[in-house]
Design a protein. Structure first.
Length: 466
């Protein structure tokens, strides 16, 4: 008998973990970290209801932390099987996981020094040693090629936009005379997005697990270049620093490219751009090595070409170089991670820049509940950083078009050519988003849809192959 259990990303946008079982074989699709609300983050410390040693393999959709960040903890608690992913995802995993381990260790050490943690001592969820053991298990595979993930479970990756190396996972549970086809969307990218190809059409399947991050919302039609130009010009008028919280992988590269486009077309003046993220520096090198995965023509941005360097771009790799940015007056742009402001160097910049009304904080993309990015998005008057409440006097500006997720309209467009699956699961979305998309698919297309609960298991009846 085949079963599917949702151990993450159910009624929330984080912690993606889908356990697929066929007979005695178990395969985990994604192994993400819970982020945001405290009640979600605490799940990272809870023992999983299944033994990691019982899982034959892990198959990854892409390299964002909410899809890969639990891997070192999974290995620490006993998993020893292969981890399958695309080649670009494998390279990005190394960056992401080491960075997350360093943040875990640094945050624990800082909490112990300052005494603001209730744990004595505060400990990291995992460390760099756990990451090193995890990376040895990575098995890069070619997109479009079937591989045996374990027992009767076969998988292959298909491009879905969103991020370098991203993929949906087409899965077949192959039995002697019958099969069941299960499709995991991963995170579906946007159409005409800078740097990435449009998401490939989904293949026919019996069961679909589809993300719903923006299942109840649509991104503004205004082009991203227009939104970004207006935000930068407003920031220049204030006279201070434009601080951008950006994921080091993907968002930072998009921003640098788009800013260059605006500068070279004369839409904004040339400004010093500081990239304060060692990981963003390394990620840019990975993007350069995987140029075949980029698409600039479909993004309708064909000039000035691929450009991540210039005399106006300064990469701050060391801590001293990062600290020196505190003395930058402006106008200037500082791009730092993490994207949702959950940790990293961005926190130190927020402490420095938030109290001044001349500065601008630029938010792009989705901000999960419970994150500092969401608090700024919601207009909170103060922001808690390193145990202190920092007053928010800087201007907070949103650029929704920078989101890497398909919105409501784009998700329906992506699903349009797909014949109705027997059952569609809406995941990776807050409950209102998932419920609205589920209702739309029921009402407009007659699809059988469900929004699973955390830990809920579903039986997947086999489909006879004629």
């Amino acid at each position: 008998m085949d079963h599917l259990t949702f151990h993450g990303a159910a009624e929330t946008v984080t912690g993606s973990k889908y356990l697929l079982e066929s007979g005695d074989t178990r395969v985990l699709i994604d192994c993400g970290l819970f982020q945001g609300l405290k009640e979600l983050r605490e799940r990272n410390w809870q023992r999983l209801p299944f033994e990691p040693t019982s899982v034959a393999s892990v198959v990854l959709t892409h390299a964002h932390i909410d899809h890969i960040g639990y891997l070192p903890r999974f290995v620490k608690t006993g998993f020893r099987g292969p981890v399958y992913c695309t080649k670009a995802t494998a390279e990005l995993c190394e960056l992401q996981l080491y960075d997350t381990a360093r943040l875990e260790e640094e945050d624990a050490a800082y909490a112990n020094r300052k005494g603001y943690s209730k744990h004595r001592p505060a400990l990291p969820l995992f460390d760099e040693h756990d990451v090193a053991r995890t990376l040895k298990l990575l098995r890069p595979v070619e997109r479009g090629k079937w591989f045996q993930a374990g027992g009767p479970i076969w998988c292959r990756h298909r491009d879905v936009g969103h991020l370098l190396g991203s993929a949906m996972i087409e899965t077949e549970l192959r039995h002697a005379s019958r099969t069941t086809r299960v499709l995991f969307s991963g995170d579906v990218g946007r159409y005409n997005a800078p740097l990435y190809y449009d998401p490939s059409p989904p293949p026919e399947c019996d069961y679909l697990i589809c993300e719903s991050t923006y299942g109840d919302r649509e991104h503004p039609i205004e082009p991203v270049l227009d939104q970004l130009a207006e935000a930068v010009k407003s920031g220049i008028a204030r006279g201070g620093v434009i601080l951008v919280a950006a994921f080091a992988i993907g968002r930072a590269q998009q921003l640098v490219y788009l800013l260059h486009v605006l500068e070279e077309h004369g839409r904004i003046p040339k400004l010093p751009i500081y990239i304060d993220s060692p990981m963003a520096i390394e990620a840019t090198q990975i993007y350069t090595r995987h140029a075949a995965d980029h698409d600039l023509v479909e993004a309708e941005i064909t000039e000035p070409g691929w450009k991540f360097t210039g005399d106006d771009i300064v990469y701050a790799g060391t801590r001293d170089e990062s600290k020196a940015l505190n003395r930058i007056a402006g106008p200037a742009i500082i791009i730092s991670s993490s994207g949702m402001m959950t940790g990293g160097r961005i926190l130190h910049h927020l402490k420095q820049r938030l109290p001044s009304a001349e500065n601008t904080i630029l938010l792009g993309g989705y901000m999960a509940p419970g994150t500092r990015g969401r608090a700024l998005f919601d207009g909170k008057p103060t922001l808690r950083v390193h145990g202190s409440e920092i007053p928010v006097r800087a201007a907070v500006v949103r650029i929704p078009a920078l989101s890497g997720h398909a919105d409501h309209r784009e998700l329906l467009r992506w699903l349009e050519p797909l014949p109705p699956p027997k059952l569609t699961f809406l995941t990776h979305g807050e409950l209102p988003s998932a419920n609205m998309l589920a209702e739309q698919l029921r009402r407009l297309r007659g699809w059988n849809t469900v929004v699973p609960k955390h830990g809920e298991t579903f039986e997947l009846p086999d489909v006879v192959v004629l």
